[in-house]
Design a protein around this ligand. Sequence first.
Ligand SMILES: [Zn+2]
Length: 344
Amino acid sequence: MIDPNIDPNLGIPVRAPAVEAVDDTILPFEVKTLDLRGRIVRLGPAVDAILSSHDYPLPVAKLLGEAIVLTAMLGSSLKFDGRFILQTQSDGPVRMLVVDYTSPAKIRACARFDAERVTQAIANDAAEPGQLLGRGHLAMTIDQGPDMSRYQGVVPLEGKDLEHAAHEYFSRSEQIPTRVRLAVAEEFRASDGGPHHHHWRAGGILLQFLPKSADRARQPDLDPGDAPPGVAPHAQPEDEAWVEGRSLVATIDDIELIDPALSSERLAYRLFHEHGVRVFRAAPVHAQCSCSRQSVENMLRSFPQTDRDDMIENGKITVTCEFCSSTYVFAPDEVTDEAEPLRS
Ligand SMILES: [Zn+2]
């Protein structure tokens, strides 16, 4: 007897894609006939809360928004509790981006940049993501907690954008054919007839080719190795299923990734309906920082007294969290060393 609850090919309900778009979600999907897997990220209030808490110049906010989508996409695929940290360090006007995703579903982000160089880049029409980043590297770290080893993958940044860096990472480190698309936009909405309010929206898609045979995943841009000079390298044609998958992703417009009227399920269906697409339960994500008055107090206590004395302004020590811009104010005697000398 066949139990439909056991056989994954039986008893799977087939339904129409959800019409309603749900913001701040990550939708995993699968196209079995092409050996493709992927995720569609759609961010509304989460990306708006993060970018609005900083007063970054527009192109810097947009670049950080892309890093947030990429981090949500990759961090949400962790199969255990932990943190996924994406960090760039480079010589462009934006020196550093840090985005961290803490399972389950918390994300925060910040950027460090040279304001003068960013202004200049904008004036010179040279503020595209790759130009803002410049050269350096992108590191992705998986942290499973204090007793576990950390895993870090690093790829060079060479004046190109984060999509390009992600492709490099998956092709070099993981050897998985991958396409990533990231989109960020400002939305202007009139609320109750009042002034137009500005909101950030962002979205993205990750598509990976994961055939059972590793041979099929081989990509032609990998050097075949030690052929003698003069011998033409063996041309490895790309697998047709992957060519089809990446061609479909190439047809996606930015607007499809951020359109509040297009659900992630409908986007998946629009792209892959001819091949049969199956979706899994969408995961939520929200903007939440992990800072607290207690953690800031502990950090201040770890400094030497002379450093704390230097931080006193108008009789107070004020600390602003770089991620969420929360401000914590302490009276100097609240954060003196814990071990007080006893006096008789
Ligand atoms: Zn914070």
